[in-house]
Structures are given as C-alpha cells and as structure tokens.
Design a binder for this molecule. Structure first.
Ligand SMILES: N[C@@H](CCC[C@H](N)C(=O)O)C(=O)O
Length: 277
C-alpha cells in the first residue's frame, strides 16, 4: 500500500508525520527503524502519528515513536509540528487544539505569526514520575557515570529527562556521556540527557542526547525540563530563551503547579508517498 506522509521539522528536530484518520496502516518497530534510516529510508528523529481521540473532550490522539521504534510519552517540537499539520491537512480549522498523548493531555495554540505555543503541563520532579531510582525528590541528585560523580536534575515532562549543568555546551562530552546517561541503570525506562549552559537568568544554551534517537538539533521537552530544573535550582527566571543548535525556543513557567508554556516554529519540508512492505 502507498502511505502519504509529510516531512516536517521544529528547529531541525525532524519528523515524518502520518495521518491515520483518513488512511489505515499499522507500522511495526522494524518498519519504523527502516523509515527513520537516513540512507535507506526517509530519515527522521521521530515519527508522529495523528489518530482520532479516545476521549470526546479531545480533538486528536498524538502518538510519537523514536527512530529506534520505541513509542514515547511526549515530544515538544513534534507537538508544534502536529498543530501545523492538522491545520494544513484541514483536519481542523481550530487555532486551539487539544490532544491526548501517552504522557497526558496537551493544548496547542497556533499564534497569528504561525509560531505555536504548547501548554506542556506541569513539570514533575518526583523520581517515581520518570522513573528514576532515588529515594528523595531533590533539585539535584548525585549520579555516578563511568567512574565520575555528576549532579543532575531529574524532570518529567511526560517523558523523562536528566539535566546536567556544564560550563560550555560546545565542549561538553555529549557524545561520550549522553549514551551512558540514557541507559544508566537508575533510569529503568532510559532517559533523555540534557547538557545546559546558563548564560544569564533568562538565557541558556542546550544540547540534548535523546533517548531512542541520539543527539538532535533541538529537543522541545528537553528545553522545558532544563528550564524547569534551572528555575527550581534558583539559576533561572521566567521567561527563558533556550538556544539549541537548530534555533531558539521561549519557555515560560511561574513555578509549582503552573503550566509550563513553550513557543517556537514548526516547518513543513515536503510531502510524499511510500510503499509499505
Ligand atoms: N524531540 C522530542 C522528544 C522526543 C522523545 C524523546 N526522544 C523520548 O524518548 O522521550 C522533543 O522535542 O521533545
């Protein structure tokens, strides 16, 4: 069968987006890995799937798969692309869109300048929310990696994040530590590893080694988690501009139970049809 797809990106974090409301398909893990391959397939960091909602209060169900085929709870850059996709495909005309994800409900708002603001919900720090093997909920946890001790913030944005503060993201050992943190035994479902450089209370630089994908040019939930961890540690104040290798995001969070808002662009690159085996 031929499956219609759209290739999109949010700050260079790239996606294959498929509409499973007007089309039918069931993708196996190995098919997702093959489609994600940048030489033998289409190439993407995540596959985003649009489905009908299960709850009548929601507009869509939004499912996310990493390049390794694993299904995950949330994807921030993907959420902005999702909003743009459902409007471009005329699946909705709404500017405020409510979606179900495996990590909880999200509200996506398409602004007049076509940037998208996502209400990402409230950051969670309890170790059991990630999950993370630790007895206390603390701003920083000591983690031994490759014989060295690091202080990390543990944050759930629906999906799990470990945030490590570094002096300079350009020289940070992302390629070496990223995979070790991702698969650290204290994170039983693996984790996304963020490397945050604080530039000022309102500005950070960030690189993220993503669970199931590797380092990406930008990670939306990673940006939210880094800012939430930085605010909790008293290093940052809302709003915060996050400089990622693919561009900038604006994050606002007034703390405690307040929702965290992420604003940034969403771009369509091309459309195509692919034969599924
Ligand atoms: N790129 C995403 C995050 C995608 C999921 C992540 N790799 C995970 O496994 O949790 C973003 O923009 O948030």
């Amino acid at each position: 069968m031929l499956l219609h797809f759209t290739k999109m990106h949010g700050l260079g974090n790239d996606f294959m987006v498929i509409d499973l409301i007007t089309q039918r398909a069931r993708l196996r893990d190995e098919q997702i890995r093959q489609l994600a391959d940048r030489r033998f397939g289409i190439g993407f960091d995540q596959l985003l799937v649009v489905e009908p909602p299960r709850s009548p209060d929601m507009d869509f169900r939004y499912r996310i798969f990493n390049a390794d085929g694993s299904e995950v709870e949330n994807c921030g850059n993907g959420a902005r692309c999702f909003a743009r996709f459902v409007r471009d495909q005329r699946l909705t005309h709404k500017r405020e869109i409510h979606v179900e994800t495996a990590g909880g409900p999200l509200t996506l708002v398409v602004n007049d300048d076509d940037q998208v603001t996502v209400d990402m919900g409230t950051p969670r720090f309890a170790p059991s929310d990630l999950p993370f093997d630790a007895t206390e909920d603390r701003p920083l946890h000591s983690l031994e990696v490759d014989g060295e001790r690091y202080e990390i913030g543990a944050v759930s944005m629906g999906n799990p994040h470990a945030v490590l503060r570094v002096d300079d993201v350009d020289s940070a050992p992302v390629e070496r530590l990223g995979p070790l943190i991702e698969r650290h035994p204290r994170f039983p479902r693996r984790v996304n590893a963020g490397f945050m450089q604080v530039v000022s209370p309102h500005e950070i630089r960030l690189r993220v080694f993503e669970r199931g994908t590797g380092e990406t040019l930008a990670c939306g939930t990673g940006a939210c988690a880094a800012v939430a961890s930085g605010i909790r540690q008293g290093l940052l104040e809302s709003p915060v501009t996050v400089h990622l290798r693919g561009g900038d995001l604006r994050i606002e969070w007034s703390g405690d139970e307040a929702p965290l808002l992420m604003t940034g662009p969403a771009e369509r690159v091309f459309e195509g049809r692919i034969a599924l085996a």
